[in-house]
Design a protein around this ligand. Sequence first.
Ligand code: SF4
Length: 283
Amino acid sequence: MNATNILPRPLPSIPSPAKVTRDPLEYLSASRLKSFHTCRLQWYFHYIEQLPSKVSPSLLVGKVVHAVLQAWNLARWRGEDCSIERMELVFEACWIHGCEEEAMIWNSADEEAKEKAGALSILRHYLTHTPIPQEEKPQAVEVRVERDLDAHGLPPLVGIIDLVRAGGKIVDFKTSARSPDTFMTTHQNEIQLGCYALLYREATGQPESGFELHHLVKTKEPKLIVTPLSPMTSEQIRRLVRIMESYVRGIEAEDFVPSPGMHCSWCDYYSECRRWKGSSLDR
Ligand code: SF4
């Protein structure tokens, strides 16, 4: 069986941080909001200065797994072959494509082989244990939605919803090194899920029936943790709108201060940050 003629058309792209225009207020997105509220200076380096950032092995694994699950969902949606054997071929192609696209430099062939084997292992585990029946037709896959937020005095919200299961359940896939804590994962993903809720409601005129976070956990023995969540409440939507307002005000005021914390450990801009002298334009 030839990998090139079994792949879905078009080959799912490896999602990358959006190449953005330098107008950060052209639209809002979950990733822009989350990045800004994690550290404004890191956001500035990424979105305004567009400094290059390094793709770590675990980020590459997450991107490749995401691309294969995208292909799996599209195959189910189109009624095509979505078997594990076919997805393994998709995985091979996505791995090569991902390494080339991100210009990955491995410390050794063993390092790449270990990461690749780990990624394939969590994928096989997911496809064997997923709660989604192969024959269940998705309501939507990789749908891009835009929501006008003019009534709130905000730029439009734009996003892509990975998967909506039959009945209006929004699914998001995550890869992680350890099992998630239910309450913390709910809290940490509130911005992203709130954005999905607004977009889903815009697209369908109906509230979502809930969410599912599918965590593919990269432990020695791979695990799948599914966290079901209720629909967004009006209080959560109000919190999200306040977060959006704060984002817009911060950018308008060019308030790009650093927020040192745990997240600095995986920030690509540590050197630039240390050279910051109190103004993002004066480094
Ligand atoms: S090192 Fe920390 S404080 Fe500095 S830009 Fe990066 S995340 Fe922000």
